[in-house]
Each structure stands twice: as structure tokens, then as C-alpha cells.
Design a protein around this ligand. Structure first.
Ligand code: NAD
Ligand code: TYD
Length: 363
């Protein structure tokens, strides 16, 4: 591997992956291709932007001609594909944008990789297309043990669980996964896929539960809990996901799928109480101070009940497991958002979007 294209590197997970790779692999050239949508933010990468092995390219993964010239310009041999529209609630409002980027964008990237690699001296030798996906493609699991200790059911998503997506987001990601497998099976494209559970940590856009609620608690705003707060998610610290991606990219078997998860199920309402306790403690408020902000609202349409990942294949084959305890991960995460209020103000004001529009005008 020499020239790695990371797509979506200015987003939440992508910025952690880009940082890890730039620091860990000084001999690789890391090309970050990102459209800088509302979710992309170059401030997430400020600490690596001057590194000699890092290049940023603003662009759209749906722009096939631009992809063709990017592959040629940097002689890309490896793709780590994270660029996507990623928020379920937005996908309910605007499904077309999700189909465009997640399905057509992935297809354009696959085709650009295929054409470039098939024409290259070594063909597919030494090449790899790594597609980052989600556990939401598997649909939802039953909540058979709602009371008591997690796990909240006997079933887990494995790599053999049939696809059954419910939201436009997960349907678009499922479709992109199928296209990646189709390119592997039809053209021999050396592809690998991973499906990960819910991530949390620094630099996550505050539309997702954890950063949204931390910010709302801090600003004394209501905390909109969908339905009864009984839905279950499996949470993984974003740096553990980035480590898993590194591991699978370098050691995963071509044509395989790996599930990544934390064996860390939480009912939303229990997780929200942990967030409240942590923010209150770190901001010097008495215990229970912000509990009154909890506001039960109309449930999300098609709200998946429970996600739980079985990541034992990854443990057995590649010896990966989460390194961070959830309590420590949450503590770190809350501290980061409280210490980086300027980052939060920027991404919520929309000022940074205008700034990047200006910066890239005419390019
Ligand atoms: P994000 O929304 O924070 O970032 C997405 C990035 O993609 C942004 O920088 C955005 O500007 C860029 N982008 C969007 N459309 C683009 C386009 N057309 N061309 C180029 N760039 C574009 O998302 P995230 O949470 O970091 O998720 C990254 C990937 O990981 C996604 O593929 C997502 O499906 C997957 N994933 C996310 C989670 C999670 O919990 N966040 C869990 C499992 C898998
Ligand atoms: P989210 O962070 O949007 O991730 P996903 O839908 O991909 O799992 O939501 C996590 C859980 O929190 C999910 O069950 C929906 C719920 N939720 C709320 O109750 N209120 C909110 O305002 C948000 C954004 C999410």
C-alpha cells in the first residue's frame, strides 16, 4: 500500500481514521476526498493538515470523471470508503440524497477503482477496496429481555444475518454493500466490508444522540427522547472503530465481511441518564440537576428496536477487541465536548460551511 484514498475523511469517523493513518504510516500518502457537506469539517483535521503524507481534495464521490482523474493523479492503490450521508432522521426527510451519495457515489467509486486498477501494470495485485458500513443493514433485533442486565435479547447480528434494512439510510447502505460484493464477485475487485455498531466520541456532528444531548444539557435545552427511550443500541468508541479499520484493511481476508461492535448494549434512556450525570458532575451541578430536561417526543418512524453486534469473527481472526471501557469513553467524550465549545458553536452556527464555500469558490 502506498497511495490510500480515504473518502469522507472530514467527517466524524473518517477524521479519526485519517489521523490514525497519517500518524502511523509515514510512508503512505493519505488522500482525503470529501465534499464538505454540512457533516464535513476541516477543523476535525487541523492537527494533521500540514503533515507531508497528507493531502486534502474537495470533491464529490458521485463525480465519476473527477474520480477517474483523482485515481490517475495519485495512482491510488487502496480505497477506504467512508463518505456517506449518515443520519437516519435526515434520510426519512430526504431519501433521494441518501440514494445519490450512498448508492450512486459508491458505484462511481467502485467503477473508477476497477477501471484504474484493471489498466494498471499489476492489475488487482496489491490493491484493496475497503467499504465501511453499518450494522443497520441487518434490520432490528427483538427485545426479549427488556428488564435486567444487558444483553437485552438472545440474538445478535452476525456476518451471516440476512439483510433487512428499514430506514432509507440503512436501505441505501445495504444497497452499497451489495454493489461492493457484486464488484468482487463479477469483476474480481479485491474488496472487503465491515459493518459497525453506533460510534461515539469527539468530532461527531451534534445531530446524533450523544453530542446532541451533551450540547443540549450544557445549554439547558430539552432532551428529545424518541418514544419511550426503550430502544437499544450497541456503542463503540470511535478510536476503537478506527483501530478495527486499520486491522481489517491490513489483515482482513479479501471478499470477507467483518462485524465490529462493542458488546456494549444500552437502552437509550439509561444512556441518557449516564450523560446527564456526567455533564452535571463535570459542570459542577448537583446530581439530578438536568433530569428535568428529558422530554418524551413522538417516536421516529420505523424506529429499529435493538441493535447488537456479535464481533467474535473479528476477535478470532484478527485479534481485535474494544480497548476502552464505556464509562471511560463517555467521560472522555463529555469532557471533549465541554472543552471544545468553540467547535460545537461553529458546527451548529453554519459559519464553517460558509467559510469553506468561500475558501473553495472557483476551484
Ligand atoms: P459523517 O456524516 O460524520 O461524515 C460523512 C462525511 O462524508 C462528511 O465529511 C461529508 O462531507 C462526506 N460526504 C458526504 N457526501 C459526500 C459526497 N457525495 N462526496 C464526498 N464526500 C461526501 O459520517 P460518519 O458518522 O463519520 O460515518 C462515516 C461512515 O461510517 C459512513 O459510511 C457511515 O455509514 C458509516 N458508519 C457510521 C456509524 C456511526 O455510528 N456514525 C456506524 C457504522 C458505520
Ligand atoms: P442516532 O444517534 O441518530 O443513531 P442511530 O439512529 O443511527 O442508531 O440515535 C441513537 C438512538 O437515539 C436511536 O434509537 C434514536 C434515539 N434518539 C433519540 O431518542 N432522540 C434524538 O434526538 C436522537 C437524535 C436519537
Amino acid at each position: 500500500m502506498k497511495n490510500i484514498l480515504i473518502t469522507g475523511g472530514a467527517g466524524f469517523i473518517g477524521s479519526h481514521v485519517a489521523r490514525l493513518f497519517v500518524r502511523k504510516y509515514p510512508d503512505y500518502r493519505i488522500v482525503n476526498l470529501d465534499k464538505l457537506t454540512y457533516a464535513g469539517n476541516l477543523a476535525n483535521l487541523a492537527d494533521i493538515e500540514a503533515e507531508p503524507n497528507y493531502v486534502f481534495e474537495r470533491g464529490d464521490i458521485c463525480d465519476f470523471e473527477a474520480l477517474r482523474s483523482l485515481f490517475a493523479r495519485y495512482d491510488i492503490d487502496t480505497v477506504v470508503h467512508l463518505a456517506a450521508e449518515s443520519h437516519v432522521d435526515r434520510s426519512i426527510v430526504d431519501p433521494f440524497t441518501f440514494a445519490r451519495t450512498n448508492v450512486m457515489g459508491t458505484l462511481a467509486l467502485l467503477q473508477a477503482a476497477r477501471l484504474h486498477w484493471e489498466a494498471s501494470a499489476g492489475g488487482y495485485g496489491g490493491k484493496r477496496f475497503y467499504h465501511i458500513s453499518t450494522d443497520e443493514v441487518y434490520g432490528a433485533l427483538p427485545l426479549t429481555r427488556p428488564d435486567g442486565e444487558p444483553p437485552y435479547g438472545e440474538e445478535f447480528f452476525t456476518e451471516r444475518t440476512p439483510y433487512a434494512p428499514h430506514s432509507p439510510y440503512s436501505a441505501s447502505k445495504a444497497s452499497s454493500d451489495h454493489f461492493v460484493r457484486a464488484y468482487h464477485d463479477t469483476y474480481g475487485l479485491p474488496a472487503v466490508i465491515s459493518n459497525c455498531s453506533n460510534n461515539y466520541g469527539p468530532y461527531q456532528f451534534p445531530e446524533k444522540l450523544i453530542p446532541l444531548f451533551i450540547n443540549n444539557i450544557r445549554n439547558r435545552r430539552p432532551l428529545p427522547v424518541y418514544g419511550r427511550g426503550e430502544n437499544v443500541r450497541d456503542w463503540l468508541y470511535v478510536e476503537d472503530h478506527a483501530r478495527a479499520i486499520d486491522c481489517i484493511l491490513h489483515s482482513g481476508r479479501t471478499g470477507e465481511t467483518y462485524n465490529i461492535g462493542g458488546f456494549n448494549e444500552w437502552k437509550n434512556i439509561d444512556l441518557i441518564r449516564v450523560l446527564i450525570r456526567t455533564v452535571d458532575r463535570l459542570t459542577g451541578q448537583p446530581e439530578g440537576h438536568s433530569l428535568g430536561l428529558v422530554t418524551y417526543v413522538t417516536d421516529r418512524a420505523g424506529h429499529d428496536l435493538r441493535y447488537a453486534i456479535d464481533s467474535s469473527k473479528l476477535k478470532e481472526e484478527l485479534d481485535w477487541e474494544p480497548s476502552l471501557q464505556f464509562e471511560e469513553g463517555i467521560e472522555r467524550t463529555v469532557r471533549w465536548y465541554l472543552d471544545n465549545q468553540a467547535w460545537m458553536d461553529n458546527v451548529t452556527s453554519g459559519a464553517y460551511e460558509k467559510y469553506y464555500e468561500e475558501m473553495y469558490r472557483g476551484r
